[in-house]
Design a protein. Structure first.
Ligand SMILES: Cc1cc2nc3c(=O)[nH]c(=O)nc-3n(C[C@H](O)[C@H](O)[C@H](O)COP(=O)(O)O)c2cc1C
Length: 173
């Protein structure tokens, strides 16, 4: 499988990146190819709602920013993994901007499954992010939810979480 990881954390060596690294190790050992974008370090603006992608040139976003690097990967991937720290009870603004910009793609034809990785300070803060994930992605795209993984407090950067994410990556078929 070709797997695209969209990491919305601005911490290069943070807790989200730690889970993504463990997942990637497992997935690559299982023979999958993994392409990762650390979207917080990219120049990706919010959707302007110009509707050019719907009404003028279908499927093409007019905004010439770094999202143009990600579009071909969204279209050619079998699986997308969304990874983010929790900011104010939801996904980071940087990852949300990427999700909003999939408006031009609408439903990516090749994607069959998705997963969600989240890191937070506290427990019980994932509700809004999970709702967004299901409503904007799993249900709207009509794809399989392959799993939701969370780490909070002391679980961040723990061996227990690294193993869980590694095993998840390794188990993918
Ligand atoms: C702007 C901001 C908002 C945050 N909001 C929350 C929150 O609502 N709930 C929570 O549990 N943690 C919150 N946190 C803590 C982060 O989710 C936590 O530190 C996370 O492990 C960071 O992941 P990272 O190292 O991958 O960036 C917030 C952190 C920041 C910087």
């Amino acid at each position: 499988m070709k797997i695209l990881v969209l990491n919305g954390s601005p911490h290069r060596d943070g807790a989200t990146a730690d889970m993504v690294a463990a997942f990637t190790r497992g997935a690559e050992e299982a023979g999958h190819s993994v392409v990762r974008f650390d979207v917080a370090f990219m120049n990706i603006r919010g959707c302007m709602a110009c509707d050019s992608c719907r009404n003028i040139e279908k499927g093409v976003c007019v905004q010439q920013d770094d999202m143009q690097e990600i579009y071909p990967e969204i279209l050619s991937s079998d699986m997308i993994v969304f990874a983010s720290p929790i900011y104010y009870f939801t996904l980071s603004a940087q990852l949300q901007a990427v999700i909003h910009r999939t408006y031009s793609v609408d439903i990516p034809a090749n994607v069959k499954k998705v997963a969600l990785i989240m890191s937070s300070g506290s427990k019980y803060v994932y509700g809004a992010a999970i709702t967004e994930y299901f409503q904007s992605i799993v249900e709207y795209w009509g794809v399989e939810n392959a799993g939701i993984f969370t780490a909070n407090g002391k679980q961040n950067k723990s061996e227990e979480k690294r193993r869980e994410l590694y095993e998840f990556g390794k188990s993918l078929r």
